[in-house]
Design a protein around this ligand. Sequence first.
Ligand SMILES: Nc1ncnc2c1ncn2[C@@H]1O[C@H](COP(=O)(O)OS(=O)(=O)O)[C@@H](OP(=O)(O)O)[C@H]1O
Length: 453
Amino acid sequence: MAAHQNLPTPHDIATAEEEPIIKNETELPCSVMNRKETRWRFLPCFDCSCGRLVGGVCLLIAVILVLTAQVEYGETQKNRLGAASYWWTATTEEQEQPQQFSCRMGSGFEVQLPQVPDLIIAGAPKCGTTTLAHWLLDHPKVLPTKKWECHFFTTGIHPREFEPLLEGSSSGSNRHEKKDNLICELRKRYLHQWPALSPTHNKRGDGTSSSTRGKSMMHERHYTFDKTPDYLYPSRVPALIRALFAESEQRPKIVVLLRNPVERAYSHYRMGQRMMREEHVPFEDFISREIKLLREMGLFVAHDEDSDPTTSIVGSKQEQLSLPELDKLFDQVSDQLKGHNYLSRGLYAMQLERWFRHGLGDDLLVLPFPYLETQPEQVYSAILELVGMPTHTLSDELLHKQFNYNNALTDPLHNSTRNMLATFFHQANQDLVELLERHNHSQNYDWQKVLVE
Ligand SMILES: Nc1ncnc2c1ncn2[C@@H]1O[C@H](COP(=O)(O)OS(=O)(=O)O)[C@@H](OP(=O)(O)O)[C@H]1O
């Protein structure tokens, strides 16, 4: 009975909820205290654990919001700058500098890696670069980058870093020293794109190699390659490669595969449609937008202004603009089209011209895409010879495998579009043939035929 009398009535409970009896508020948990001051109900007090909890949660949310905003800002910038621009993507790991240029393979084993990467497969996108990379991967002495396409020269160097490198020769010993240090730092960072080997490390990363393999690799010279087909287009890439390796005795060799630009453009578009999972946009829409932009920028001048703008594009501004000015305009085209620059990427002469201009002609091998299919052994040997790698025989299966084949169901390219683009590229193809001949880079390939096949 006495116990029953001590029990609170429903009225007591209601009153207690409205107005707590406890007087010394400073000693109260804030949830109770806040009941009194409805206005401050959601503000945490930091004198008790629940307050700290609420505060901590708020802080966490604020940090997440700030981080999200930064990522979004980065994405916006990336989109704004487009494919030809540069964006800082170096991870902490990438910023680490390798202590030495040879890779330790566990205790006592070393693989000799060159101080300069051996080979760069620089492009063009959709021209069989993946197949080439797989052929190289099969070679027992070849190492790819840790990331399949490392994009070091396109997105791995911040503009703040490369701008001083691309400036004209700077005066003053201090600036000179700074530039040298920067080159040294970037070269180390580039070399860090390749894996450090351990006896259990397999170059394909599938863990199938054994320590025996590791031991057999001891002290053997290995060869490194970077396959990033995006390198061919942005004007800064050859300038950066030149800046980084101009002083070294050995320079990376550069391979460029080229395909009929009409087929390349359509393959590029099909890849974009497959990967972006966005609303279907007809190829014709993209190319008319690009042609319009090129015309607006004055890059291509039709002989007859009244005629169909896509059928009479024959001239270019090349005579009126300096080459660096032209480079800038094409970088802008890529930025504005956000990577949908399907046609500009097929203007091969304009792109290769930059590589020759930066003195990289001696290191360059330009190969015709159709030869991947018709003469694969010849193409493979040409690359091994270029780098000076030991010979290696590929299996028939590998030689005839079409890597990165796009089997997505897409409408075939309309004949009218194909013909119109053949006209569009006619002059640019001629320019390429002349450029390669001028620099003795035709290699006896029938480029006229290759570019229209
Ligand atoms: N050996 C051989 N013979 C004929 N065609 C070949 C061969 N190897 C690759 N391919 C075709 O090349 C296209 C892929 O090129 P990439 O690997 O350079 O593409 S990527 O830029 O790396 O995304 C892709 O073209 P599409 O299928 O037209 O998209 C591949 O099918």
